[in-house]
Ligand binder design. Structure first.
Ligand SMILES: Nc1ncnc2c1ncn2[C@@H]1O[C@H](COP(=O)(O)OP(=O)(O)OP(=O)(O)O)[C@@H](O)[C@H]1O
Length: 294
């Protein structure tokens, strides 16, 4: 449904995104990668807001930029969205709907009621945005993006700075929206992806590193994720190379590490998490580029 065909973006001599080819169907797709990996560039290319240097992004077979020019609507929530504080959510969305649609006021009010319900903001819909929490502003942003997201909804780091409860709420909103459309969610919070996405795209330094299932991503750390219990004293002397986590337990410290060889006589191989797979994949890139072995 949404396709990137040799889609790439270059600024002067630097590739923000090297040409990549992808196909995404209905559902929630996570986009991961470190700072500067090219995530926002890819999202803006998919949203038709940026002209590609190579290839194209196609939505239902037409270029996303033609799709927009011909009145097709793509919902896009940028990283830093702003709302005028004197507006209520309802006023803000009615205004946004009036810019996008020739529907009557009555029809627009029904559409706005529907998106307010979807993001769980109906009870606060008539309160000025100045009294909204950060999470409520984000949900309002998603509501605004939903107004125009008939086929495609793109959200750039919507959960940054949210408390766990708001994150769960927002993830639920996105999962519901993904039942009937392609939803692309860019985030630095790996938990957001593991909890809600079946598919994940990983970018690293402008390159496509991985596209597939979350289990497939965990597979990059298969056979080299180790766990063992150690004392606090030993843990203090331990080299940090490859150490993924260290958690205090009643018996001591539970360590997990990524390593080709056993990091301790007591270490046992364990099932890696998606996060560990991601770290293994990104570490692999660093080592490849440094010309070393991993
Ligand atoms: N308008 C621009 N002009 C020149 N370089 C740019 C421009 N926009 C982005 N870049 C560069 O392209 C690369 C990718 O940027 P992008 O914003 O897509 O990364 P990102 O993965 O979204 O990063 P972050 O997680 O920090 O938001 C970066 O090196 C960035 O400096």
């Amino acid at each position: 449904m949404l396709t990137a065909h040799m889609l790439g973006k270059q600024y002067k001599t630097e590739w923000a995104l090297r040409p990549l080819t992808l196909q995404l169907g209905t559902g929630l797709h996570g986009l991961l990668g470190p700072n500067g990996a090219g995530k926002s560039t890819l999202l803006r290319l998919f949203a038709g807001m940026l002209a590609p240097t190579t290839g194209d992004a196609l939505l239902r077979g037409s270029s996303v930029r033609d799709f927009r020019r011909n009145g097709g609507r793509i919902g896009y929530l940028p990283q830093n969205m702003r709302v005028l504080p004197q507006f209520t959510a309802r006023q803000w969305l009615l205004h946004a709907a009036s810019l996008q649609s020739k529907a009557s006021l009555k029809e627009r009010m029904l559409i706005v009621d529907d998106v307010l319900e979807q993001v769980n903001l109906r009870s606060e819909a008539d309160v000025p945005a100045r009294s909204y929490s950060f999470g409520m502003i984000k949900r309002l942003g998603v509501a605004q993006a939903l107004l125009s997201a008939s086929d495609l909804l793109i959200v750039d780091e919507p959960t940054a700075g949210l408390d766990p409860e708001e994150r769960i709420r927002l993830r639920r909103v996105l999962a519901e929206a993904a039942a009937t459309r392609v939803v692309l969610l860019s985030t630095h919070v790996l938990g957001d992806i593991g909890a809600s996405c079946r598919e994940v795209i990983v970018l690293g330094r402008g390159r496509l590193m991985y596209h597939g299932s979350t289990q497939g991503l965990a597979g990059f750390a298969e056979d080299r994720t180790w766990a063992w219990e150690t004392s606090e004293n030993e843990w203090r002397r331990m080299p940090l190379d490859g150490l993924l986590s260290a958690r205090k337990t009643d018996e001591g410290i539970l360590c997990r590490a990524l390593s080709e060889r056993s990091p301790s006589p007591f270490a046992q191989r364990v099932e890696p998490t998606m996060e560990e797979g991601y770290l293994a994949l990104m570490g692999h890139q660093d080592h490849q580029e440094a010309g070393g072995l991993f």
